[in-house]
Design a binder for this molecule. Structure first.
Ligand code: NAG
Ligand code: NAG
Length: 668
C-alpha cells in the first residue's frame, strides 16, 4: 500500500517538475532541485570512486542588484537558479556552486581553513550508536546497574581550546537514561565520555571518570497522559476563529497581509528568511522598502561548568547543528492557533536526497486582545469621545528543537509598520548529575542550581544574533545614534536646573557603530539620508532593543574568541554577500578568524551605504526549580519601528476587524 502511493506521488512530482515552477528567484530549493543538485555533484564525483557527504545545500542567492532589477522589471531575464553546496568529498571540504539551468558545477573551491561544516543528522546518529558495540562502554553501563537498552546517546561538538594542531572531525558522545521517563535530559549518565572520529566513524577515546548517581525518573515526565492528580482548575474553551478565512494571501512564498508584502523562505542553517519586506504607504499610494533581508545568523550558547565533561559545552546552534535542520513540525491548535496556515520545508540529507519537513512554518493573524491605539476624550463638555483600535498582527512562526532546547521563533508584522522579532526559550534544561540531594551539602563550586535531588541545572547563556539588512526606502542608508543627554541649565532662562536633549550622530565607519546597550541612553536609527519627509525629517526606522545581555566571558576565553560577535549587542557592516554568518561559515572547531568581530575590524565606511544591522538578543540563564522538569517559555525580542518614515500615523484610518460571523450567530 505504502509503496504504491509513494510511487504515485513520485510520478506526480516528476510530471509537475516539467512545468516552470519558479515565480520568485528567492524561493527555497524544491525537492526536484535537490535531486538535480545531487546528480550534478555525483556526475563530477561518481559515488563509485568518491566518498561524498552533503553538509549544506541551499539556494545560492542571486546578487542583490539582480534581485532588485528583477523586482523592478528592468532585468532582461530571471536570475539563474543556483545552489550552494558544502560537501565533504574524500574528507576534504568543497564549496560548490551548481547551476540548475545548465545542470553543472560552475564553481568548486576546496576550503583549507580552520573549522568544519554543519554536522549531519546521519553522522551524529551513526556516532551515537557506536558506544553500544564497544565493550568498555557496555561494562561501564553494567557497572552502574543500568539497563543498556534504556541508554540513549547524543553527539557534542568539541569546540577549540587553543590547540595549534588541526583536530580531526570529532565529536564527544555523551549518554542519558530513559527507564521510566521520556525526559532523558533529566537523567544524564555523568562521567562517561566517548570520543568519535566522524570520518572513520570509529571510537578514538573512552573515559569513565566518576560514579555519581543517575537522577531518578520520578517527576521528570512531561507527557499530559501521565500526569497524576491533583490538577489545577481547568479553563473553558477558547479559540481564534475566522469564519471567512484569514486576511492574508500566500502566493508561492510571497505573503501579503494588510499593508505588508514579503517573501518567506527556509534555510537549513538559519530557519526562516524574510526578504523584500515592504509596506504600502496610503498617502504615497505605493509600496516602500523596509527590510531587504532578515534572518537569524547564529545562536551562541556557552555553558559555565568547568568539569571535564562540561567545559566544551559551548554550542553554536546554527553553524554546528543547523537551526533550520532542527526545525520540528508544528502542532495545530497547540503550537499555533486555530486560524493558522501551515507550510512545509525541504532539506537535503547527508546523501543529498531531499527530505520533506511538514508543517515547519505556521502563519496566522494574532488578536490577543491588545490595543493598537485608543483615546477617551472626556474634557469636552456634554460628550465623551472614545476611539479604540484593536491590535491585529501577522505572525510567521517556526520552532527549532536543538536537542534539549526548543526555541519558538516569531516574525510579527504590525499594520503600524513595526516588525517584531521574538524568541521563546522552552524545552528541557541541560543538567548535570550530582551526588547532592540538598543545598546544605554543597560546599564547592557546582556551576549552577540544585533543581531536584542529584540534579544540577548548569548556568549558561543564549545569544541570538540577527542579520538585518534594512533598506529604508532604498539601499543607501546611514546609522544614527540619537543620544539623550542630561543637560544642566546654568543661566536663568528657566527655574529648572536640567533637562535632556537629543544629540544625533551619524556613524561614519564600522567602529562608530559597535554598541554595548545599557551604557548610554539612546535611540538607534537606520535612516535614509537622501530622503526626507515633507517637513524635513530624515526617513528612518528605529531599533527598539528588547532583551539583551553582555557576555561575561573574558576576551581571551576560547569560547568567547569563537563567539566574539556577541561582544557588542549591535554592529553595522557594509552589505557584503559573503558576510552572512556571524560566527563564520565553518563553525565546528572554528578559531574565531571569520566572525563579525573580525570583519568589523576593517572599519569600513558605512555612511550613506547599503548597510546591515546585526543585533544580538541575549539571556543569561540561571536555572530555577520551576525550570524542572520542563521550562515554561521565556521570551525576548526586539522591534523595528518606523521613525519619521510616514508623514503621520499610518494606522489612523485602519478599521477594526469585523465581528466574526460565528460570534454574531451565537449572540442571536
Ligand atoms: C459572513 O458575513 C458577511 C457579511 O454578512 C458575508 O458577506 C459573508 O459571506 C459571511 N461569511 C460566511 C462564511 O458566512
Ligand atoms: C566581503 O567579505 C569577504 C569575507 O569577509 C571579504 O573577504 C571581502 O573582502 C569582502 N569584500 C569587500 C568588498 O569588502
Amino acid at each position: 500500500m505504502a509503496s504504491v502511493s509513494k510511487s504515485l506521488i513520485f510520478f506526480l512530482l516528476s510530471t509537475l517538475s516539467i512545468l516552470p515552477t519558479h515565480t520568485h528567484p528567492l524561493d527555497p530549493l524544491t525537492p526536484t532541485e535537490f535531486t538535480q543538485i545531487q546528480s550534478i555533484v555525483h556526475n563530477s564525483y561518481p559515488k563509485s570512486s568518491h566518498s561524498i557527504a552533503f553538509h549544506y545545500v541551499g539556494l545560492e542567492e542571486p546578487t542583490k542588484t539582480a534581485i532588485l532589477s528583477w523586482l523592478e522589471g528592468t532585468a532582461t531575464k530571471t536570475p539563474p537558479r543556483q545552489a550552494f553546496v558544502i560537501a565533504r568529498i574524500d574528507q576534504i571540504t568543497h564549496e560548490i556552486i551548481a547551476d540548475l539551468s545548465v545542470r553543472k558545477i560552475v564553481s568548486d573551491r576546496v576550503y583549507g581553513g580552520y573549522g568544519y561544516p554543519l554536522l549531519t543528522f546521519e553522522e551524529q546518529g551513526a556516532a551515537n550508536a557506536l558506544p553500544f558495540k564497544y565493550t568498555p562502554f557496555l561494562e561501564s553501563i553494567r557497572k552502574r546497574g543500568l539497563k543498556v537498552e534504556e541508554v540513549l546517546c547524543t553527539s557534542f561538538a568539541i569546540g577549540w581550546y587553543g590547540e595549534k594542531r588541526r583536530n580531526k572531525r570529532v565529536v564527544r558522545v555523551l549518554c542519558n537514561y530513559l527507564d521510566g521517563t521520556v525526559n532523558l535530559y533529566m537523567r544524564p549518565i555523568e562521567g562517561i565520555t566517548v570520543t568519535v572520529d566522524l570520518e572513520a566513524m570509529e571510537i578514538l577515546g573512552f573515559q569513565d571518570r566518576s560514579n555519581v548517581p543517575v537522577p531518578k525518573a520520578d517527576g521528570t515526565d512531561y507527557r499530559e497522559s501521565l500526569q497524576k492528580l491533583p490538577f489545577g482548575s481547568p479553563l473553558k474553551g477558547i479559540s481564534m476563529h475566522q469564519s471567512d478565512g484569514p486576511s492574508f494571501t500566500i502566493d508561492g512564498h510571497t505573503i501579503r497581509w494588510a499593508n505588508w508584502d514579503f517573501h518567506l523562505s527556509f534555510d537549513a542553517r538559519a530557519g526562516p528568511v524574510i526578504s523584500l519586506a515592504s509596506i504600502f504607504d496610503l498617502q504615497k499610494q505605493k509600496f516602500r522598502e523596509v527590510l531587504y533581508q532578515g534572518f537569524l545568523s547564529e545562536v551562541f550558547v556557552p555553558y559555565m561548568d568547568l568539569n571535564e565533561e562540561w567545559y566544551y559545552r559551548v554550542f553554536f546552534d546554527a553553524g554546528e547543528y543547523g537551526y533550520g535542520l532542527c526545525a520540528v513540525p508544528l502542532e495545530p491548535l497547540r503550537d499555533c492557533p486555530e486560524n493558522a496556515v501551515f507550510m512545509d520545508a525541504y532539506v537535503a540529507d547527508h546523501n543529498g536526497t531531499p527530505v520533506n519537513m511538514p508543517n515547519i512554518f505556521c502563519i496566522f493573524e494574532r488578536y490577543a486582545g491588545d490595543v493598537m491605539w485608543r483615546h477617551t476624550e472626556a474634557a469636552i463638555p456634554g460628550k465623551v469621545i472614545r476611539e479604540v483600535r484593536p491590535e491585529v498582527t501577522l505572525v510567521v512562526r517556526m520552532v527549532s528543537t536543538v536537542g534539549n532546547y526548543d526555541y519558538v521563533n516569531d516574525w510579527e508584522f504590525k499594520q503600524s509598520g513595526s516588525i517584531k522579532v521574538t524568541v521563546g526559550l522552552t524545552g528541557l534544561l541541560e543538567v548535570r548529575g550530582s551526588m547532592y540531594t540538598h543545598k546544605d551539602q554543597i560546599k564547592e563550586e557546582v556551576y549552577g542550581t540544585l533543581l531536584a535531588e542529584n540534579t544540577l541545572g548548569a548556568n549558561h547563556d543564549h545569544f541570538f544574533t540577527y542579520h538585518l539588512d534594512l533598506d529604508v526606502d532604498g539601499d543607501a542608508n546611514s546609522f544614527v545614534r540619537s543620544q539623550l543627554l542630561k543637560t544642566p541649565v546654568t543661566d536663568h532662562r528657566s527655574p529648572r536646573r536640567s533637562y535632556w536633549r537629543v544629540v544625533s550622530e551619524t556613524a561614519k565607519t564600522e567602529s562608530d557603530a559597535r554598541i554595548k546597550l545599557g551604557v548610554a541612553q539612546e535611540d538607534l536609527l537606520v535612516v535614509n539620508p537622501n530622503k526626507r519627509t515633507n517637513i524635513g525629517n530624515f526617513i528612518g526606522y528605529r531599533l527598539i532593543p528588547g532583551s539583551f545581555a553582555a557576555p561575561l566571558l573574558s576576551d581571551d576565553d576560547y569560547a568567547q574568541i569563537r563567539g566574539a560577535f556577541t561582544k557588542y549587542n549591535l554592529w553595522i557592516t557594509p552589505y557584503n554577500k559573503s558576510e552572512k554568518w556571524a560566527g563564520g561559515l565553518y563553525v565546528d572547531q572554528s578559531r574565531g578568524d571569520d566572525t563579525l568581530a573580525r570583519w568589523s575590524l576593517r572599519s569600513r565606511e558605512i555612511e550613506n551605504k547599503d548597510i546591515v544591522l546585526w543585533y544580538t538578543l541575549g539571556f543569561h540563564h540561571v536555572p530555577y526549580q520551576e525550570d524542572f522538569p520542563v521550562m515554561t517559555t521565556l521570551s525576548g525580542g526586539f522591534e523595528l519601528r518606523p521613525a519619521n518614515f510616514f508623514e503621520s500615523n499610518p494606522v489612523l484610518k485602519v478599521k477594526p476587524p469585523q465581528p466574526d460571523n460565528r460570534s454574531i450567530c451565537s449572540r442571536a
